[in-house]
Design a binder for this molecule. Sequence first.
Ligand SMILES: Cc1cc2nc3c(=O)[nH]c(=O)nc-3n(C[C@H](O)[C@H](O)[C@H](O)COP(=O)(O)O)c2cc1C
Length: 217
Amino acid sequence: MPRPTEADANRPAPAGAPPDPHTGRSLPPGCELLICVCGGIAAYKTAALASMLVQRGCGVTVAMTGNARRFVGPITFQALTGRPVVTSPWRAAGSGDIQHLKLSETADLILVAPATANIIGKLAGGIADDLVSTLLLGAACPVILAPAMNTRMWQHPAVQRNVAFLRERGFELVGPEEGWQACGTVGPGRMSEPETLLATVREHLLRSKPGSSGSPS
Ligand SMILES: Cc1cc2nc3c(=O)[nH]c(=O)nc-3n(C[C@H](O)[C@H](O)[C@H](O)COP(=O)(O)O)c2cc1C
């Protein structure tokens, strides 16, 4: 099979994707989501979400941090989305585009899932030292963060300060939720389930694309 190229990133989502089995609804036609995956255990849940979105007709492009790639391989997201995964700002997306800017210009929405303490801190602090932090700082569309981290990390005053700062500036957060954590404790910090993230993304896309019911055509 030929290797997908960066130009494949503009390939439309497969037609006729089955609607949400619960609501019978699909996502608005032509919608484009950019998912930024960071280095946390919950990255496996983001793979399930990517599949659900593609099945509902959404075009999904995935960008990963270097640490995210230690948890889930880009090949998983590439296979689920049918698009190359973007991992470096130093490779042009196609026709000389500046990738970290172009990616958010063609997306209706960015979802950061899992959003680590690190990326939350970098975004709040204006740090842009890799692809994901750079594209978030230059985002041309709304950004939703789905934090996931150990309870002590989540409750740390520095993280709470950063979260409050980002909320004030219009970033939406979904979760984290309370529950079992990979470190063996129970408490707040668990990333919201893929179904919850899907519902949040759908709500956003339906709002930003007025006139679209999101129903299957
Ligand atoms: C096994 C393991 C699990 C981790 N899980 C999380 C996590 O859920 N949330 C988090 O904020 N950091 C977690 N970390 C720490 C991050 O990977 C680390 O802060 C890293 O610098 C994040 O980089 P990124 O934000 O660029 O992906 C974990 C680290 C390890 C080794």
